[in-house]
Every structure is written in C-alpha cells, then in structure tokens.
Write a protein that binds this ligand. Structure first.
Ligand SMILES: [Zn+2]
Length: 294
C-alpha cells in the first residue's frame, strides 16, 4: 500500500522509531519520503490488516497527518479517535491467548492490559467451599484489566489484579503495558472518556451477575452464559468441556451434565467430547434468564 501525503511536521524520530520497530508485512500506517510526498512504506507495529479493512481518515494530530484508521475486531479500539490510536499503536502487541491461560492472578502485579479480538476472558472468584465462579466475561466488546489501570492512578504500588482472569475461549488479542496506557490517559481526554464508558459497562455487568447468581436457576444461568459466549466469540461451536463450564458457573459437574442433557433433548444445543454446539438460538433464549441481554 502506498499513501501520498505531506510529511510536514511528521516527527523524524517517530519515523525512525517506526522503521526500527517494523517486524512483518502488515501496516497501520504506510508512509515514506520522496520530494515532499510519502511513498516509502513504514510499518510502526505489526498489525495484519487486509487491504480492504481500512479507510482513509483525513485530519492532523500534533502537526502530523493522521494515518488510515485500521478496523479492529475489538470494539474499544475501533471506537477510538485516529489521534488516540496513533499514540497507542506503536506500543501495542498482538498476542494469541491459549485456552485456560491465566493472564491475571489476584494480588499479583498487572503488567499488561488486554484488548480481546477473537478470545474471550473470564474473571473468576473462588468461594469459601472451593468452588469457582465467573463474575465477569470480556471479549471483543471491551478491555481486560481496566480496574487495575485506575488502581495505578490511586496508588502506583497498587497495580494488582483483584481476581483471577483466565482465557475461556482461546484466540487473538492486543496488549499494551499498563503504565504506557496510564501515561496516555493523562493527556488524552477522549481516551479517558472511552475508558470511563467501558468501566461503567463493566460495573453494570458485575451488578447483573450478582442478580443472576442470586435469583436465577442454574438452567437459566447456563443458557444465558452460553448465549453470552456465543455472542462474544461469534461462533456456534465452542471448545468447552463440561468440567470447564461447571467450574465457571460454580456448580457441581453432575448438575451441569444433567442440565446440558435436558437442553440437548429440547434440541437447543448439542455436544460432543470437548465441544458444545448451538442448535437453536431462539429456543435457548426461552430457557435463559435474559441476563445476557443486559
Ligand atoms: Zn440471570
């Protein structure tokens, strides 16, 4: 890809840095220098972006021309202003999160904040009797680790996770160092505003989960939980064992097996070893508590 635009004000240091950090053939920004126009390709970070997955966004930021804005699967990133992305992307890294991988441990320092794309991450608490319970779920719609960003604001020594966070569906994500994000938040009002909106959604999700765990039956919770997961992963066949599902729902495995069998008899889901398939979304909605809609 080649873009032609004026280099006026485009930091020489930044161009050098971007060139240095280039690692593979994908681009956030295509830029270069040739008699006042930009023709040479420069890749600041490795972002695989298919040719038809970006649009030109005219404008300037700090005297620099804004690059074409990439479209991310992650909705937080795709909602940001090009000027915010321009500052963040050179510090972001694309990673693959394996299924069941722990990314945060309670009381341990949080080093990176994650922006899931195809992965889904569960935040988990352990009950006194040893059972575990998913208290929040985050996929491509938001960010994992937001509360730790603000713990850092309150006390730089408190950048520790409150709970376990574990990948429930493996897949891609982008990550950024928590301190880099914090530094950017201090000077970027739009980024701050966007993060506040996502914190608000996170609190709403926690509140709804409290209601769900307290008042809804296991069958209703299981159905809603599956619908949440199908929505976030955008798949209709998920690699999940009954053991994992029982653990995240805080129920004993035999109870989960009984409910899954009943839902299969009603032709809403199907399961084979290690996978659970959605057969009829509308019918599964009927048996859910609708908490996935909040
Ligand atoms: Zn519910």
């Amino acid at each position: 890809m080649t873009a032609h635009f004026d280099l006026n004000g485009f930091s020489k240091r930044r161009v050098m840095k971007q060139t240095k950090s280039n690692s593979s053939g994908s681009a956030f920004l295509a830029a270069g220098i040739e008699t006042g126009t930009i023709t040479k390709t420069v890749f600041p970070v490795s972002f695989p972006l298919p040719e038809n997955k970006h649009t030109e966004m005219p404008g300037q930021h700090d005297g620099r021309l804004l690059p074409a804005k990439p479209v991310f699967e992650n909705k937080f990133l795709s909602s940001l202003e090009p000027s915010s992305l321009l500052e963040l992307l050179p510090f972001m890294e694309r990673v693959n999160l394996s299924p069941n991988e722990f990314i945060f441990y309670p009381e341990r320092k949080v080093k990176y904040i994650y922006f899931p794309e195809t992965s889904v991450v569960s935040e988990i608490q352990i009950l006194e009797d040893g059972r575990t319970l998913e208290i929040a779920q985050t996929g491509r719609e938001s960010v994992v680790g937001l509360t730790s960003v603000f713990a850092v604001f309150a006390d730089p020594e408190c950048e520790r996770a409150a709970n376990w966070s574990q990948t429930v569906i493996g897949g891609g994500a982008l990550k950024i160092d928590i301190r880099t994000l914090r530094a950017q938040l201090e000077k970027d009002g739009f980024l701050r505003e966007t993060i506040f909106e996502h914190i608000n959604s996170y609190i709403r999700q926690l509140s709804q989960r409290v209601i769900c765990h307290s008042y809804h039956s296991v069958e209703e919770r299981f159905s809603s939980w599956l619908l949440m997961l199908y929505e976030r992963s955008r798949g209709e066949s998920l690699p999940l064992t009954q053991e994992t599902m029982a653990r995240l729902l805080g129920v004993h495995r035999p109870s989960l097996t009984h409910i899954a069998r009943r839902l299969r008899e009603r032709k809403t889901i199907e399961y084979t070893r290690g996978r659970i398939h959605l057969r009829d979304r509308e019918k599964l909605e009927v048996y859910s508590c609708k908490c996935h809609l909040h």
